[in-house]
Design a protein around this ligand. Sequence first.
Ligand code: SDX
Length: 429
Amino acid sequence: MSDRKAKLTVGDKSYEFDILDGTVGPSVIDIRSLYAQTGLFTYDPGFTSTAACDSSITYIDGDVGELLYRGYSIDQLAEKSNYLEVCFLLLYGELPTAVEKEEFESRITRHTMLHEQMHYLYRGFRRDAHPMAIVCGVVGAMAAFYHDSTDITDPEQREIASIRMIAKMPTIAAMAYKYSIGQPFVYPRNDLSYAGNFLNMCFAVPAETYKVNPIIERAMDRIFTLHADHEQNASTSTVRLSGSSDANPFACIAAGVACLWGPAHGGANEAALNMLRAIGTPDRIPEFVAKAKDKNDPFRLMGFGHRVYKSYDPRAQVMQETAREVLDLMGIENNPTLQVARELEKIALEDEYFVTRKLYPNVDFYSGIILDAIGFPTSMFTAIFALSRTVGWIAQWKEMIGDPQKKIGRPRQLYDGSRRRDYVPLTQR
Ligand code: SDX
């Protein structure tokens, strides 16, 4: 709390509201008593100027392109840490000691299998179902299989639900992929890393052993880390709002998966690669840039722009470097899609329309190029984003549930519909 006050004058009345300071970043005006004092609501569709909660998990400075997980910068974590260590950090607030890290990895590893009965859930879907439709359904169905971790008032059940979600999402996503290509499910293996196990479950076949390539494994793990959390984005806010009604954790994460699927959000990685492929060659870039600038054309450059980042998304920077590493390894350094992406980025960042609107590549612009090079179909890109973001959703959900000031989220509205009117009988309409 600061001793600063915000003053509001409405007609001949004046009101004062406390200004609350965080550790870093914008302070907030505490307007919780606004309606009681003034009879007025604030109006902020899209929440461009609204802090919906306080949190100590992730901090973003969109102006300088900074992203911190519990105070540690994303570029340092991407280079020096790994996904399970980042999971521990996001969940518990500190980097683990060697003993804590080993214990945590062991707990996650031993929860990677799905209840065998859930295999029948997959058989109910069409083979050509989008993997996100399957993931959304299966995650929600976890509440029907893991009843002993649905009581959100029990801290132990909250903890085991968190471990189960993080551990089982790679299995759920990999099974969605295998099902879509008509191959048998591959069980998790405890002798592989988190990323290696996911790659094995996706690409191993009974007919031959799959050898995890360490560079691909490292790139996969880095992609998981880069997507792990991102403050109060649309899907995280969905998880928080769902959790505010005391819904079980699996239902809340399923809601987050559903929201992430949208092409304006996590679905942008699939849309961005499809866009780069549609452009095809650098000479067609001006045609697409013109479409993106045309107000009468709904087309947008997918993987560009961000609500918060008004400079280069720090994740996109790391992703671009990783793309180059993976493509070099695969011997496809002159990959036409990467060439189009880099030329498009260059042209857009010199174009007045994008410069004035501070539209830069975001996390989704390069990730698809890496996932495509590793061998994933575009339909799996958002499922991989959801897998990565599960720890962020869970950490934010646990923080909200553990908040003694927790209240059910219930926004109001500016009503501009009909005034009260009487029913009109059918014969008089
Ligand atoms: C993610 O919030 C998060 O943290 C999300 C995320 C996470 O980790 O959780 O970072 C992940 O979702 C990244 C964003 C992925 N989405 C895309 O790449 C889709 C393309 N981008 C846009 O749809 C858009 O940039 C948003 C949705 C990301 C942000 O939209 P805003 O903040 O609501 O901005 P806006 O739509 O009001 O746009 C401002 C202006 C508009 O033009 P004017 O009305 O001022 O003339 O910029 C234009 C927009 O038309 N604009 C674009 C554009 N993005 C914005 N024009 C062309 N191409 C684009 N991509």
